[in-house]
Design a protein around this ligand. Structure first.
Ligand code: ALA
Length: 563
């Protein structure tokens, strides 16, 4: 049984996507990187992240930047080893076998489909804000989700739109009718576009990247003039003194989902390995440059936002880059207009990329027998995976009716970080390989001494820098830090074990740092996040053992019953 769970798919050199031309240089990779990375995370989830962590949330952007940089190199290593373009699912199937591949494929649903639910909500926020600018005011109960409004009321939120949505919503029986209509409509439209086979094009891609960067640079250039540096040091809710981290380090860590979400997408770059000129140099450079650029952008944006408006006012704000120019804030009407319009276009491209990615992953899983054959259906005219595309539309659309932004953000982030943990951990287990010219190879640095020194040094540094965070972790009556206590405990134990293994087996440093930093990000997840995440995995495993395990193509090959 164990052997069967870890049966691996063999790819031969003939699977090599040799038809691809190596045309991409380092800046092409950077452009693709920015296209995939910058979207709803910067235009939207930044608001909630700032509300939770205050200006100090920039520390988390740096930590996430590092975690993603190490993980990106692990993806590149995988991509160069498996002679076929693909996703983490494909790589895992060849390296670790079926069960892990299934788990990663299942986690990727959280990244792509659930990620898109959040992006659709964000699109709706900017769309509504844009309509408001041109004098069209939709009732609030048609522009936000039921759960979001309900949570706002229960939490005594100050967000006027959400409170109004709740108080003005018509009743259907006992239920308040609150639906995010623009989010539903954009999901329908995007599903249709993907269904009829809209194509990605490098030229369009470049135009959208320039547009995104233009808007961000404009926000920074105009916003700088309105910064009041006092806003960077508000009164701390923990110590009562002025602080860069007004909700303490726990507040910063509680923003993990929103911050991490802003980086999701770089993993798509690894698939370009077969199309990159001199991938050994250009691929890692391109990935790292795009991550560094995005990190710098996020830090500057955070400083501008928190300098212009008190961090507490970002509660529930889904369109922060337009919000800072509202009448009650900087009051620059034309900026509000330009930013909302630009954000609508920029976010649409992210929706498109994710909505195209999901059916293709299902297609690959179905080809391997792990998903029903129906997912292989190709539309006779449009030549798109039509059934898988429609199911994606439903998987994104239905939860829009009964979930809310913060839940979806946490859910997407925890699933994606988990997939990254598996990818980094997986690279650590790959056997050494022969170096082939023209392929990317992760540089090997022996972690034997470096990792234990970095880990223990990091813990010591943290202890002296944030003594109150440590103290409250130890204080069993402290409910807020208590959320992170168990995860932090696991994090420390696992890292101690990793120190020993690194010492004994001379592990490679880069994937080890990727693994450790992604595990660290998981410590920011609350008990609720873990509950839903485990429930989702439970469903995945039931599905696998009830269907995929038996129907898997490898299984049937083994038993000689392929049709
Ligand atoms: N990083 C992507 C975004 O922010 C998912 O939209």
């Amino acid at each position: 049984m164990m052997n069967q769970l870890f049966r691996r798919k063999q790819y031969s050199e003939s699977d090599h996507s040799s038809g691809l031309v190596r045309a991409l240089g380092v800046w092409d990779i950077v452009f693709f990187g920015i296209a995939a990375i910058i979207g709803a995370g910067s235009f939207s989830s930044l608001g909630e992240a700032v509300f939770r962590g205050g200006p100090g949330v920039i520390i988390l952007y740096v930590i996430c930047g590092f975690a993603c940089g190490f993980t990106a190199l692990c993806y590149a290593e995988f991509a160069s080893r498996i002679p076929t373009a693909g996703s983490a699912y494909t790589y895992a199937y060849a390296s670790f076998g079926e069960l892990i591949a299934w788990i990663i494929g299942w986690a990727l649903i959280m990244e792509y489909s659930f990620g898109n639910i959040y992006v659709a909500f964000s699109w709706s926020d900017y769309f509504t804000s844009f309509l408001g600018r041109i004098g069209i005011h939709l009732p609030e109960y048609l522009t936000c989700s039921y759960m979001e409004a309900k949570k706002a009321v229960l939490a005594g939120s100050q967000n006027r739109e959400l409170l109004r949505a709740w108080s003005s919503a018509p009743l259907i029986g006992n239920l308040k009718f609150i639906v995010d209509v623009p989010a539903l409509i954009i999901n329908g439209l995007i599903t249709w576009l993907v269904y009829v086979g809209v194509r990605e094009s490098k030229n369009f891609n470049n135009i959208f990247v320039i547009l995104k960067l233009f808007i961000i640079v404009l926000v920074i250039a105009v916003g700088v003039a309105y910064i009041n540096t006092d806003n960077w040091f508000p009164v701390s809710t923990v110590t009562g003194e002025n602080s860069f981290m007004p909700n303490g380090f726990a507040g910063v860590m509680s923003a993990v989902s929103g911050v991490f979400f802003a980086y999701i997408g770089f993993d798509a770059l690894s698939v370009l390995s077969e199309e990159t000129k001199d991938p050994q140099k250009n691929l890692p450079r391109g990935m790292i440059i795009s991550l560094v650029l995005c990190t710098v952008i996020y830090i500057i944006l955070t400083l501008v936002l928190t300098g212009m408006v008190d961090y507490r006012r970002f509660e529930g704000i889904g369109d922060p880059l337009a919000f800072i120019f509202e009448r009650t804030n900087a009051n620059v009407a034309w900026m509000e207009f330009v930013v909302s319009l630009g954000a609508i276009v920029a976010i649409t491209t992210v929706l498109l990329v994710f909505q195209m990615g999901q059916p293709r992953i299902w297609y690959a899983m179905s080809r391997d027998g792990l998903m029903p054959k129906k997912f292989l259906t190709i539309h006779p005219k449009h030549k798109t995976p039509s059934f898988a595309t429609i199911i994606t539309g439903i998987v994104v659309g239905v939860p829009i009716l009964f979930t809310d932004k913060s839940f979806i953000l946490d859910f997407t982030s925890i699933g994606t970080i988990f997939a990254f943990v598996l990818v980094c951990g997986g690279v650590l287990m790959l056997p050494a390989k022969e170096k082939l010219p023209g392929r990317f190879h992760m540089p090997y640095i022996n972690s034997r001494f470096i990792f234990p020194v970095l880990f223990l040094g990091g813990v010591a540094f943290f202890y002296f820098w944030q003594p109150e965070f440590f103290a409250s972790l130890m204080d069993w009556n402290d409910a807020i830090e208590g959320e992170f206590r168990i995860s932090m405990f696991f994090f420390l134990i696992i890292n101690c074990i990793l120190c020993v293994v690194a010492y004994m087996r001379n592990l490679s440093l880069i994937p080890l740092l990727g693994l450790s930093s992604c595990l660290y990000l998981l410590t920011g997840m609350t008990h609720d996040n873990w509950f839903w995440f485990l429930a989702w995995f439970g469903i995945g495993l039931i599905f696998y053992f009830g269907y995929g395990f038996r129907k898997s193509k490898l299984n049937r090959e083994l038993n000689g019953d392929l049709d």
